[in-house]
Design a protein around this ligand. Structure first.
Ligand code: 3PY
Length: 253
């Protein structure tokens, strides 16, 4: 049985007090309403991780994530956050390779190899993002594009290491645009990704890898997306900033 996961990527939003209230609201709603077999990951901006970590219940259904980390443990990298820092703040996961990091901070597949290695070395699970831009989708070469991203950044790992990877498929044309991939488009890509993982790491690892859909996932489309056989949850952007919407998405399984 694959782990179902709903992860909220808050991006660069909220102040400390707002982050604390949103976390408390989510914690209460999840406790009262959410199915207990769904892992809930919250990725606030890194300065808030420590301050919100003690607001989530100890039993572990809700865990914290960083939105990025540097590839080195420490050093002269002004403004950066390292994996050991995230770990020491209470994070259990880190999101790597989000399309906004690739686009605005020029992150390359090669850099993501180093970041992934460093995150795993520091005992963080990785939510690894992949996804194609609009022109690739229009040229119908999205399968080649996405599988190459995965090969380039993750296929040097051992099968044992890969068990700590969650994949998030986020078509770039659906991020922050209000456009969502249809549930069939999501399923087709998730199946392709799973087969690609199988080709390298074997069926057992492929069957156990959670593959999340991201890109304008909302309460009104989550049910349909999550009902697809290879969609194991979502990486949620804007809707994760509202406790009601986020909880309704978690309840969509
Ligand atoms: C979105 O849905 O906008 C996201 O980028 C989630 O990471």
């Amino acid at each position: 049985m694959r782990q179902k996961i709903v992860a909220g990527n808050w991006k660069m939003n909220k102040t400390l007090v707002e982050a604390q209230s949103l976390t408390s609201e989510i914690a209460n709603m999840v406790e009262d309403e959410a199915p207990s077999d769904v892992k809930v990951v919250i990725a606030p901006p890194s300065p808030f991780i420590y301050a919100v970590e003690n607001l989530v219940p100890e039993m572990g259904q809700i865990v914290l994530a960083g939105q990025n980390c540097h590839q080195e443990d420490s050093g002269a990298f002004t403004g950066e956050v390292s994996a050991p820092m995230l770990k020491s703040l209470g994070a259990q996961y880190v999101i790597l390779g989000h399309s906004e990091r690739r686009q605005h901070f020029s992150e390359t597949d090669e850099e993501l190899v180093k970041k992934t290695d460093n995150a795993l070395k520091n005992d963080l699970k990785v939510i690894f993002c992949c996804g194609e831009p609009l022109e690739i989708r229009e040229a119908n070469t999205q399968n080649e594009y996405v599988t190459k991203q995965l090969t380039n950044s993750l296929f040097h790992l051992s099968a044992e290491q890969f068990k700590n990877i969650v994949i998030a498929y986020e078509p770039i044309w659906a991020i922050g645009t209000g456009k969502t991939a249809s549930s069939q488009q999501a399923q087709d890509m998730h199946k392709t990704i799973r087969e690609h993982i199988d080709s390298k790491f074997g069926q057992e690892v492929a069957d156990e890898t959670s593959i999340l859909y991201g890109g304008s996932c909302k309460p009104d489309n989550a049910k349909e997306l999550f009902s697809q056989p290879d969609v194991d949850g979502g990486l949620i952007g804007g809707a994760s900033l509202k406790s009601r919407d986020f909880t309704d998405i978690i309840k969509s399984f």
